[in-house]
Design a protein around this ligand. Structure first.
Ligand SMILES: [Zn+2]
Length: 277
Protein backbone atom coordinates (compact mmCIF):
# COMPACT_ATOMS: atom_id res chain seq x y z
CA UNK A 1 0.00 0.00 0.00
CA UNK A 2 1.34 3.40 -0.85
CA UNK A 3 0.59 6.59 0.98
CA UNK A 4 -0.78 9.21 -1.35
CA UNK A 5 0.69 12.68 -1.09
CA UNK A 6 -2.18 15.10 -0.72
CA UNK A 7 -1.89 18.29 -2.71
CA UNK A 8 -1.46 21.38 -0.57
CA UNK A 9 -4.47 23.25 0.76
CA UNK A 10 -3.69 26.08 -1.64
CA UNK A 11 -4.03 23.73 -4.63
CA UNK A 12 -7.24 22.20 -3.25
CA UNK A 13 -8.71 25.68 -2.80
CA UNK A 14 -7.85 26.48 -6.41
CA UNK A 15 -8.69 23.11 -7.92
CA UNK A 16 -10.28 24.66 -11.04
CA UNK A 17 -7.19 26.68 -11.85
CA UNK A 18 -4.97 23.68 -11.07
CA UNK A 19 -7.05 21.58 -13.48
CA UNK A 20 -6.65 24.21 -16.19
CA UNK A 21 -2.90 24.31 -15.69
CA UNK A 22 -2.74 20.55 -16.16
CA UNK A 23 -4.32 20.98 -19.57
CA UNK A 24 -1.50 23.37 -20.51
CA UNK A 25 1.18 20.78 -19.83
CA UNK A 26 1.33 19.48 -23.41
CA UNK A 27 1.76 22.92 -24.85
CA UNK A 28 2.59 25.45 -22.14
CA UNK A 29 2.57 29.18 -22.96
CA UNK A 30 5.87 31.10 -22.96
CA UNK A 31 4.38 33.56 -20.54
CA UNK A 32 1.66 33.09 -17.99
CA UNK A 33 -0.05 35.55 -15.65
CA UNK A 34 -1.72 34.16 -12.54
CA UNK A 35 -3.96 36.83 -11.01
CA UNK A 36 -6.35 36.82 -8.07
CA UNK A 37 -6.56 34.36 -5.21
CA UNK A 38 -3.98 34.71 -2.45
CA UNK A 39 -0.23 35.04 -2.76
CA UNK A 40 0.18 31.55 -1.32
CA UNK A 41 -2.23 30.10 -3.87
CA UNK A 42 -0.59 31.83 -6.85
CA UNK A 43 2.84 30.69 -5.78
CA UNK A 44 1.64 27.13 -5.16
CA UNK A 45 0.01 27.00 -8.61
CA UNK A 46 3.22 28.05 -10.36
CA UNK A 47 5.02 25.22 -8.54
CA UNK A 48 2.18 22.85 -9.42
CA UNK A 49 2.59 23.55 -13.14
CA UNK A 50 6.35 23.06 -12.95
CA UNK A 51 5.83 19.75 -11.13
CA UNK A 52 3.26 18.64 -13.69
CA UNK A 53 5.78 19.40 -16.46
CA UNK A 54 8.49 17.25 -14.87
CA UNK A 55 6.77 14.60 -12.74
CA UNK A 56 8.05 11.07 -13.32
CA UNK A 57 4.76 9.42 -12.32
CA UNK A 58 1.97 11.78 -13.32
CA UNK A 59 -1.60 10.63 -12.67
CA UNK A 60 -4.42 13.13 -12.25
CA UNK A 61 -1.65 15.66 -11.78
CA UNK A 62 1.91 15.51 -10.48
CA UNK A 63 2.59 12.67 -7.99
CA UNK A 64 4.24 15.05 -5.50
CA UNK A 65 6.49 12.19 -4.40
CA UNK A 66 9.10 11.65 -7.14
CA UNK A 67 12.51 13.34 -7.00
CA UNK A 68 11.38 16.04 -9.46
CA UNK A 69 8.24 16.93 -7.50
CA UNK A 70 10.16 16.93 -4.22
CA UNK A 71 12.97 19.14 -5.55
CA UNK A 72 10.54 21.66 -6.96
CA UNK A 73 8.57 21.76 -3.71
CA UNK A 74 11.83 22.38 -1.82
CA UNK A 75 12.81 25.19 -4.22
CA UNK A 76 15.91 23.16 -5.04
CA UNK A 77 15.21 22.77 -8.76
CA UNK A 78 17.99 24.14 -10.97
CA UNK A 79 15.61 25.31 -13.67
CA UNK A 80 13.46 27.34 -11.32
CA UNK A 81 14.24 31.03 -10.84
CA UNK A 82 12.24 33.05 -8.36
CA UNK A 83 12.31 36.83 -8.59
CA UNK A 84 10.95 38.67 -5.57
CA UNK A 85 10.39 42.38 -6.16
CA UNK A 86 9.17 42.84 -2.57
CA UNK A 87 12.64 41.94 -1.38
CA UNK A 88 14.18 44.67 -3.51
CA UNK A 89 14.73 43.12 -6.94
CA UNK A 90 17.34 45.03 -8.96
CA UNK A 91 17.61 45.29 -12.72
CA UNK A 92 21.08 43.72 -12.42
CA UNK A 93 19.55 40.59 -10.91
CA UNK A 94 17.16 40.39 -13.85
CA UNK A 95 20.02 40.82 -16.33
CA UNK A 96 22.11 38.24 -14.48
CA UNK A 97 19.70 35.44 -15.26
CA UNK A 98 19.60 36.28 -18.97
CA UNK A 99 22.61 34.19 -20.03
CA UNK A 100 21.09 31.18 -18.26
CA UNK A 101 17.82 31.72 -20.13
CA UNK A 102 19.51 31.32 -23.50
CA UNK A 103 20.85 27.85 -22.58
CA UNK A 104 18.84 24.66 -22.66
CA UNK A 105 17.31 23.83 -19.30
CA UNK A 106 18.88 20.99 -17.27
CA UNK A 107 15.56 19.19 -17.29
CA UNK A 108 12.55 19.62 -19.55
CA UNK A 109 11.52 23.19 -18.81
CA UNK A 110 12.86 26.29 -17.13
CA UNK A 111 10.51 28.49 -15.16
CA UNK A 112 11.03 32.09 -14.08
CA UNK A 113 8.48 32.97 -11.41
CA UNK A 114 8.01 36.66 -10.62
CA UNK A 115 6.30 36.90 -7.25
CA UNK A 116 4.16 40.03 -6.77
CA UNK A 117 4.99 41.14 -10.31
CA UNK A 118 3.04 44.38 -9.85
CA UNK A 119 5.66 45.53 -7.36
CA UNK A 120 8.48 45.42 -9.93
CA UNK A 121 10.06 48.76 -10.75
CA UNK A 122 9.92 49.92 -14.36
CA UNK A 123 13.50 48.97 -15.25
CA UNK A 124 13.06 45.41 -13.98
CA UNK A 125 9.73 45.06 -15.78
CA UNK A 126 11.24 46.33 -19.04
CA UNK A 127 14.28 44.09 -18.73
CA UNK A 128 11.98 41.10 -18.28
CA UNK A 129 9.74 42.22 -21.11
CA UNK A 130 12.74 41.88 -23.43
CA UNK A 131 13.11 38.24 -22.47
CA UNK A 132 9.38 37.64 -22.84
CA UNK A 133 9.40 39.29 -26.27
CA UNK A 134 12.20 37.07 -27.50
CA UNK A 135 10.98 33.73 -26.24
CA UNK A 136 13.51 30.92 -26.08
CA UNK A 137 11.91 27.53 -26.34
CA UNK A 138 11.39 25.70 -23.06
CA UNK A 139 11.45 28.86 -20.95
CA UNK A 140 8.22 29.75 -19.17
CA UNK A 141 7.71 33.08 -17.42
CA UNK A 142 5.07 33.15 -14.73
CA UNK A 143 3.95 36.51 -13.36
CA UNK A 144 2.01 36.41 -10.11
CA UNK A 145 -0.15 39.32 -9.11
CA UNK A 146 -3.26 40.24 -7.21
CA UNK A 147 -4.60 41.83 -10.40
CA UNK A 148 -3.31 41.96 -13.94
CA UNK A 149 -3.74 45.76 -14.06
CA UNK A 150 -0.68 46.14 -11.85
CA UNK A 151 1.56 44.37 -14.39
CA UNK A 152 3.13 46.07 -17.41
CA UNK A 153 0.40 45.86 -20.11
CA UNK A 154 2.90 44.79 -22.75
CA UNK A 155 3.76 41.78 -20.60
CA UNK A 156 0.09 40.92 -20.00
CA UNK A 157 -0.73 41.15 -23.71
CA UNK A 158 1.94 38.52 -24.44
CA UNK A 159 0.76 36.21 -21.70
CA UNK A 160 -1.85 33.57 -21.10
CA UNK A 161 -3.87 35.02 -18.19
CA UNK A 162 -5.47 32.74 -15.64
CA UNK A 163 -7.75 34.31 -13.03
CA UNK A 164 -8.01 32.42 -9.76
CA UNK A 165 -11.31 32.07 -7.95
CA UNK A 166 -12.00 33.67 -4.59
CA UNK A 167 -11.67 31.37 -1.63
CA UNK A 168 -15.16 30.68 -0.31
CA UNK A 169 -15.92 30.99 3.39
CA UNK A 170 -15.66 33.83 5.84
CA UNK A 171 -14.34 36.36 3.38
CA UNK A 172 -10.93 35.88 4.98
CA UNK A 173 -8.21 33.67 3.57
CA UNK A 174 -7.75 30.44 5.43
CA UNK A 175 -5.37 30.99 8.30
CA UNK A 176 -6.48 34.57 8.78
CA UNK A 177 -8.91 33.68 11.56
CA UNK A 178 -5.93 32.55 13.58
CA UNK A 179 -4.10 35.74 12.64
CA UNK A 180 -7.07 37.78 13.79
CA UNK A 181 -7.02 36.02 17.11
CA UNK A 182 -3.30 36.88 17.42
CA UNK A 183 -4.07 40.45 16.47
CA UNK A 184 -6.76 40.59 19.20
CA UNK A 185 -4.29 39.34 21.80
CA UNK A 186 -1.84 42.02 20.71
CA UNK A 187 -4.42 44.81 20.99
CA UNK A 188 -5.28 43.61 24.51
CA UNK A 189 -1.83 42.81 25.87
CA UNK A 190 0.76 44.17 23.42
CA UNK A 191 2.26 40.72 22.89
CA UNK A 192 2.87 38.51 19.85
CA UNK A 193 1.63 39.28 16.32
CA UNK A 194 4.51 41.59 15.28
CA UNK A 195 6.62 38.73 13.91
CA UNK A 196 3.60 37.42 11.98
CA UNK A 197 3.37 40.68 10.03
CA UNK A 198 6.76 40.15 8.45
CA UNK A 199 5.80 36.77 6.99
CA UNK A 200 4.87 37.33 3.38
CA UNK A 201 2.46 34.42 3.33
CA UNK A 202 0.41 36.07 6.08
CA UNK A 203 -0.12 39.44 4.48
CA UNK A 204 -0.08 39.93 0.77
CA UNK A 205 -1.90 43.04 -0.41
CA UNK A 206 -5.27 41.28 -0.73
CA UNK A 207 -4.83 39.63 2.65
CA UNK A 208 -3.94 42.92 4.33
CA UNK A 209 -6.94 44.69 2.79
CA UNK A 210 -9.28 41.91 3.88
CA UNK A 211 -7.78 42.08 7.35
CA UNK A 212 -8.56 45.81 7.59
CA UNK A 213 -12.15 45.13 6.54
CA UNK A 214 -12.36 42.46 9.21
CA UNK A 215 -11.14 44.89 11.91
CA UNK A 216 -13.63 47.50 10.71
CA UNK A 217 -16.53 45.03 10.98
CA UNK A 218 -15.43 43.95 14.44
CA UNK A 219 -15.14 47.57 15.54
CA UNK A 220 -18.64 48.33 14.24
CA UNK A 221 -19.97 45.34 16.19
CA UNK A 222 -18.23 46.53 19.34
CA UNK A 223 -19.70 50.01 18.95
CA UNK A 224 -23.16 48.45 18.83
CA UNK A 225 -22.39 46.60 22.06
CA UNK A 226 -22.23 43.22 20.30
CA UNK A 227 -19.71 40.47 20.95
CA UNK A 228 -16.41 41.75 19.63
CA UNK A 229 -12.84 42.51 20.59
CA UNK A 230 -14.06 46.09 20.85
CA UNK A 231 -17.28 45.48 22.83
CA UNK A 232 -18.60 48.71 24.41
CA UNK A 233 -15.55 50.71 23.36
CA UNK A 234 -15.74 54.43 24.20
CA UNK A 235 -16.76 56.55 21.18
CA UNK A 236 -13.59 58.66 21.39
CA UNK A 237 -11.42 55.56 21.11
CA UNK A 238 -13.61 54.09 18.36
CA UNK A 239 -13.19 57.26 16.29
CA UNK A 240 -9.43 57.21 16.72
CA UNK A 241 -9.41 53.59 15.60
CA UNK A 242 -11.50 54.34 12.53
CA UNK A 243 -9.03 57.08 11.59
CA UNK A 244 -6.15 54.63 12.10
CA UNK A 245 -7.83 52.11 9.80
CA UNK A 246 -8.33 54.81 7.19
CA UNK A 247 -4.66 55.75 7.31
CA UNK A 248 -3.65 52.11 6.96
CA UNK A 249 -5.93 51.70 3.93
CA UNK A 250 -4.41 54.80 2.34
CA UNK A 251 -0.91 53.54 3.01
CA UNK A 252 -1.73 50.26 1.25
CA UNK A 253 -3.25 52.16 -1.67
CA UNK A 254 0.03 54.05 -1.97
CA UNK A 255 1.90 50.74 -2.02
CA UNK A 256 3.51 51.01 1.40
CA UNK A 257 4.97 47.71 2.56
CA UNK A 258 2.15 45.59 3.98
CA UNK A 259 4.24 44.26 6.89
CA UNK A 260 5.10 47.78 8.06
CA UNK A 261 1.50 48.92 7.68
CA UNK A 262 0.18 45.98 9.70
CA UNK A 263 2.77 46.51 12.46
CA UNK A 264 2.03 50.21 12.66
CA UNK A 265 -1.70 49.49 12.74
CA UNK A 266 -1.45 46.90 15.52
CA UNK A 267 0.79 49.14 17.65
CA UNK A 268 -1.47 52.16 17.20
CA UNK A 269 -4.62 50.14 17.96
CA UNK A 270 -2.95 48.73 21.10
CA UNK A 271 -2.03 52.24 22.31
CA UNK A 272 -5.53 53.60 21.69
CA UNK A 273 -7.20 50.57 23.25
CA UNK A 274 -5.21 50.69 26.48
CA UNK A 275 -5.03 54.44 26.99
CA UNK A 276 -6.62 55.65 30.22
CA UNK A 277 -9.23 58.26 29.41
ZN1 LIG B 1 6.17 13.49 -9.36
Amino acid sequence: MTMSSAPSTAIQEQSNAAGLLLRLVDNPPCSLVLEGGSQTQRSALAGYLLKALHCRNPGDGPCLKCDMCVKIEADAFRDLFRLTPLEGLSVDEVREIRPALSQSPHHGWRMVVVEEAGEMNASCANALLKSVEEPVSRNIFVFLSNERQSILPTIVSRSFVLTLGRTPGTGLESGQEELYSDFSTFVLHGKGFMHKCSKKENFDLTGARQFLVRIRLDLARGMRGEKSLFKNIEPVKANKMLLTLQKAEQALAFKARTDLVMQWLALTMWKIFNKKQ
